[in-house]
Ligand binder design. Structure first.
Ligand code: ADP
Ligand code: UDP
Length: 234
């Protein structure tokens, strides 16, 4: 049972439950980009992101990546294990796009010879600045052991999702994930895996099937979310 709302973010609300170790996340249709500067609604997004995240997290659990998923309650709400979020956006890149393309002058679509792992310090006021392992240890955002595990899990997520999505006709260009610590200190995958947080390109045409359609005003945003959902969930 949902109790008080603990937090309302840009894409989800988080509620307490009777169990102090369990939260309910409620996915919204609200969309934001550029650190909240651009706002809009993507009709049906909440349900798509909720169900897709849960489906993929269940698969990742089977692959040996521990996740916060407990059970889906309805189209937009899910019970998850409560964690203290490690304040890092963990970004994995297979192909240059977005901020990497801008920063390094690599044309979008350039295949990276080696997968790139990046960390951003989760702080909206600072604009989520990129940090490296030295910053992370200096600021005590994670211990070396925790960061090792986070990197290992991030690579496992990438390996599994890249292969699985390609079978669905989707290229996994890049994505952002978050990790958290349970009350006993275990590191698990938290938050979401959805077209809001991943770049998905059609394997044949290269068409963008993710939030870049909203960020860049490319049109047919709802259609792209629905297409990815259909290909992944059947
Ligand atoms: P934002 O905070 O960037 O606006 P959201 O709207 O997605 O993002 O809000 C969801 C919040 O819940 C995020 O801050 C995320 O880090 C946090 N969160 C995700 N999973 C868990 C969890 N299992 N336990 C605690 N917090 C979580
Ligand atoms: N991303 C995200 N949340 C953020 C920043 C990035 O989910 O706050 C995802 C984004 O959807 C993309 C990947 O992380 O799949 C890399 O994003 P990038 O750094 O290129 O940032 P952007 O171009 O979105 O500014």
């Amino acid at each position: 049972m949902k109790k008080e709302m603990l937090y309302e973010g840009k894409a989800k609300k988080v509620y307490a439950t009777e169990d102090p170790e369990v939260l309910i996340v409620s996915y919204k249709d609200d969309a934001t980009a550029f650190n909240g500067l651009k706002k809009g609604t993507i009709v049906g997004k909440g349900a798509i992101n909720n169900r897709m995240t849960n489906y993929l997290m269940k698969k990742l659990e089977e692959e040996g990546v521990p996740t916060h998923f407990i059970r889906e309650l309805n189209d937009t709400e899910t019970e998850v294990k409560k964690v203290t979020i490690v304040p890092l956006e963990v970004i994995v890149r297979n192909i240059a796009a977005g901020s990497l393309s801008k920063r390094l002058g690599l044309p979008e679509g350039t295949k990276l010879k080696k997968t790139v792992l990046e960390y951003s310090y989760k702080d909206d006021a600072l604009g989520d600045p990129m940090v490296n392992d030295y910053h992370i240890f200096a600021m005590d955002l994670a211990t070396p052991e925790e960061l090792n595990l986070i990197a290992k899990y991030a690579n496992m997520v990438n390996d599994y999702l890249s292969k699985f999505l390609l079978e669905c006709g989707i290229v996994l260009v890049d994505f952002k994930i978050e990790f958290g610590k349970t009350s006993d200190g275990t590191i698990i995958l938290a938050d979401e895996i959805s077209p809001d947080t991943c770049r998905f390109w059609d394997a044949k045409t290269g068409e963008k099937l993710d939030k870049d359609r909203f960020r860049r005003d490319l049109g047919n945003v709802e259609g792209a979310y629905a297409e990815v959902f259909k290909r992944i969930m059947g």
